[in-house]
Design a protein around this ligand. Structure first.
Ligand code: NAD
Length: 355
């Protein structure tokens, strides 16, 4: 029997296909944007220049100060640009960091947004915004931060280095894995999650071997879109909580941490979520989901253990304390001894075990 469920689709327009950044002018017109502020990180400033050329008079200016964790000080500076240039819309060209800045500006101004993702993180499909002030990251959900239009142009992902592509792809997989056992899981999100995993798994290994192959890049971006949609549609669980704690407490890199932890969380949750793990395994084409995720990560050459990411072993106990102190939903309750065994394996980079 299909269990009762609530499903809310996020109202974003998705324009998908290689080369479709060229349609930016029409998409800006559709939203009534006459003077857009083009947002990037410093490294991706040339992309803003290209978009400005395409947008012509619809480009009001550029701000290339986007950075990780959306510091409010950066948002305030960008806000001055919006006001001084008289901008009436935002275009975010980049990964989760740039899209985070755009969301923070949209929250404060109500301006419409076009997101042009260049990684697989999935932030463009979520109403979630994490902002940092005084060394503390605070996350909120608001429909005000959801981009109006998303342009997925795989040509823009060709420059994402292979290792960053691999960890970013594992970050996307984590959204879909947790969506399958989420408290709000529903048949529609689960379909997208399984298809998202399948699309990523069938393209990430090819991408590692041939990063300039537009066909595999397009397949991976399609998977990332589906996984990002899952992240936006249902609540996440232990995996995202662990990554949030590790990132916030030890400053570990976002996507790398997801890649190292995901197989272990799948191992921890497997006894409590057999149906979800069956679907993950089916999408991976393997008999065992945690082992399959670990084998994929090894094949992609992502950092195996938290130790490799610079975390000290002393960090395991404070992490467990934080995981036990906070209330969050997970199919299996947090058990200190099992969490300790799981985190130790994740720290060492060993294959996931049963705990
Ligand atoms: P990122 O945006 O921080 O980008 C990492 C680096 O890669 C940057 O220097 C960027 O300029 C560069 N880069 C991005 N795309 C490139 C490309 N195609 N070619 C060359 N270089 C490229 O990385 P990310 O993993 O996409 O985002 C991480 C951030 O996003 C974290 O702060 C995370 O918390 C946030 N995030 C938020 C959500 C959400 O729903 N709110 C979801 C996922 C991630």
């Amino acid at each position: 029997m299909i269990a009762p469920f609530t499903y809310a689709a996020a109202p974003a327009r998705v324009v998908f296909g290689p080369g479709r950044l060229a349609e930016l002018p029409g998409e800006l017109d559709r939203l009534g944007i006459r003077r857009a502020l083009l947002l990037t990180t410093p490294e991706q400033a040339p992309l803003a220049a290209r978009a400005a050329e395409l947008a012509g008079p619809r480009a009001g200016g550029a701000f290339d100060g986007a950075t990780m964790h959306t510091p409010t000080a950066v948002t305030e500076t960008a806000l001055l640009h919006v006001e001084q240039l008289g901008c009436d819309g935002l275009v975010a060209l980049g990964g989760g960091s740039t899209i985070g800045l755009s969301k923070a500006l949209a929250l404060r101004t109500g301006l419409p947004q076009v997101a042009v993702p260049t990684t697989y993180a999935g932030s463009e499909m979520t109403p979630i915004l994490g902002e940092t002030a005084d060394g503390r990251k605070v996350t909120q959900r608001s429909s005000k931060v959801l981009p109006n239009t998303v342009i997925y142009d795989a040509e823009l992902t060709l420059s994402l280095p292979p290792l960053l592509s691999a960890v970013s792809g594992m970050n996307a997989l984590a959204h879909a894995v947790e969506a399958l056992y989420a408290r709000e899981a529903n048949p529609v999100t689960s379909l997208m999650a399984e298809e998202g995993i399948r699309a990523l798994v069938s393209n990430l290994p090819g991408l590692a071997a041939a990063p300039a192959d537009l066909i595999v890049r397009t397949g991976a971006l399609y998977g990332a879109w589906l996984c990002g949609t899952c992240l936006g549609a249902v609540g996440m669980a232990l995996h995202h909580k662990v990554c949030h704690v590790l990132g916030g407490t030890f400053g570990l890199q976002h996507a790398q941490t997801h890649a190292a932890v995901l197989p272990h969380i799948a191992g921890y949750n497997a006894p409590a979520a057999p149906e979800a793990m069956g679907r993950v395994a089916r999408a991976l084409g393997v008999p065992d989901a945690p082992g399959g995720l670990f084998a994929l990560a090894r094949q992609l050459g992502t950092p195996a253990g938290l130790r490799e990411l610079g975390m000290s072993e002393d960090g395991i106990e404070p992490t467990i304390r934080e995981l036990m102190a906070d209330a969050y939903w997970n199919p299996r309750p947090p058990e200190p001894d099992a969490l300790r065994a799981m985190l130790r394996r994740a720290w060492l980079g060993e294959p996931p075990g049963e705990h």
